[in-house]
Design a protein around this ligand. Structure first.
Ligand code: NAD
Ligand code: WQD
Length: 338
């Protein structure tokens, strides 16, 4: 079996961590990225980690000729598809951008894969496809619905993949539904580097702790949760990355299946603030503000299918998530920028 894997969006947050775990597992990842939400700085860091330049193709998933050429040139046997936009608020303001890249880009990638006869794919989906959950923890067969354009793009690609498999059962497709990825690689060399003001909780907390932001706004403390703040299933990005390696092992036989990648534990915003303060020794000032439109009270995974099907389970603790985020943030206060 070829060990070469095309990793679209491999210069991004989850893609770069998955690159590391693929290398550690003996695979040869080929990164394809257009740097629309990342920079070449990450490639230098990956080079530093392995003392070997990453194989990198600068380009866009909307360019099917480039994808087909790349798959053939590197004799890739499978694709891990991270590339796309992910900001929920922006997706409501600029819906066409999201449909074009996330849905249109995925369609072109799939067409190029079919033309190159590469029919193994791991796709980055999200717990956002469960909408406001009717059941907790959330199993994979929970009804699918979503409130945002971003979420719709994930659902549409999932549907495209199920239809593709139904039309051609030679495909092997694993849809991974991530809960809330946080943390950074133990080396402190790679981590999350939002290009703008962070939308997500963890980077906002870490930028506040390092002094880049004055204080955290806690979006509502009147939810039906133990302390009134939102509860989520935060998962260490290294655990998440290892989940992709585990899923690749499943690709040997044809199928189309969706798997949650989460810990199964719900953590509130205030619990996260306290855990981060204790792991970093820094104060994280915050104020309670209004709820953020579209937010839900609680969301955490039933993580049992991942263990049963791909033999994967998250192992890192909340403390690991905070300590590793803080190492990355304090060693790189401005991310990959000098
Ligand atoms: P990211 O923005 O850090 O990484 C995405 C990468 O894709 C970036 O490097 C970007 O430059 C690249 N990219 C974007 N459009 C491209 C295009 N047209 N052609 C080539 N490259 C392109 O995001 P991430 O957090 O690493 O997320 C990776 C995937 O996981 C995304 O599909 C995202 O929707 C999904 N996901 C993320 C989260 C999360 O909270 N981070 C949760 C669930 C799902
Ligand atoms: C977590 C909790 C907020 C910021 C989003 C996407 C989802 C997935 C992950 C891509 C909530 C609260 C946040 C802040 C706060 N992404 N919060 N102050 O909303 O669960 O999920 O990112 O696929 O699709 O919807 O993550 O980190 O934004 O919020 O109080 O400044 O933190 O209200 O309870 P969310 P998040």
């Amino acid at each position: 079996m070829s060990k070469n894997i095309l990793v679209t969006g491999g210069a991004g947050y989850i893609g770069s961590h998955t690159y590391v775990e693929l290398k550690e597992a003996g695979y040869t990842p080929v990164i394809l990225d257009n740097f629309s939400n990342s920079s070449s700085g990450v490639l230098e860091r990956l080079n530093q980690l392995f003392q070997q330049e990453p194989i990198f193709v600068e380009g866009d998933i909307r360019d099917p000729d480039l994808i087909e050429r790349t798959l053939k040139e590197y004799q890739c046997e499978s694709v891990i598809h991270f590339a796309g936009y992910k900001a929920v608020g922006e997706s409501m303001a600029e819906p066409l951008k999201y449909y074009e890249v996330n849905v249109g880009g995925s369609e072109r990638l799939l067409s190029a894969m079919r033309n190159a006869n590469v029919k193994k794919l791991i796709f980055s989906s999200s717990a956002t496809v469960y909408g406001d959950p009717q059941q907790l923890p959330i199993p994979e067969d929970h009804p699918l619905s979503t409130a945002s354009v971003y979420g719709q793009t994930k659902l549409m690609v999932e549907e495209m993949l199920r239809a593709l498999y139904a039309s051609d059962p030679e495909w092997s497709i694993c849809i991974l539904r991530y809960f809330n990825p946080v943390g950074a690689h133990l080396s402190g060399l790679i981590g999350e580097d939002p290009s703008d003001i962070p939308n997500n909780l963890m980077p906002f907390i870490s930028q506040t702790a390092v002094g880049r932001r004055e204080k955290l706004s806690v979006f509502g403390n009147d939810y039906d949760t133990p302390d009134g703040t939102g509860v989520r299933d935060y998962i260490h990005v290294v655990d998440l990355a290892k989940g992709h390696v585990a899923a690749l092992e499943l690709m040997a036989k044809p199928q189309c299946t969706a798997v949650n990648l989460g810990t199964g534990n719900g953590i509130s915003v205030l619990e996260m603030v306290r855990a981060f303060e204790s792991a970093s020794g820094q104060n994280v000032p915050y104020e309670i503000t209004a709820r953020r439109p579209g937010d839900i009270a609680s969301c955490y995974a039933d993580a049992s299918k991942a263990e049963a099907l791909i033999g994967w389970k998250a192992t890192k603790t909340l403390e690991d998530m905070c300590v590793d985020t803080w190492r990355w943030q304090s060693q790189n206060p401005n991310g990959y920028k000098p």
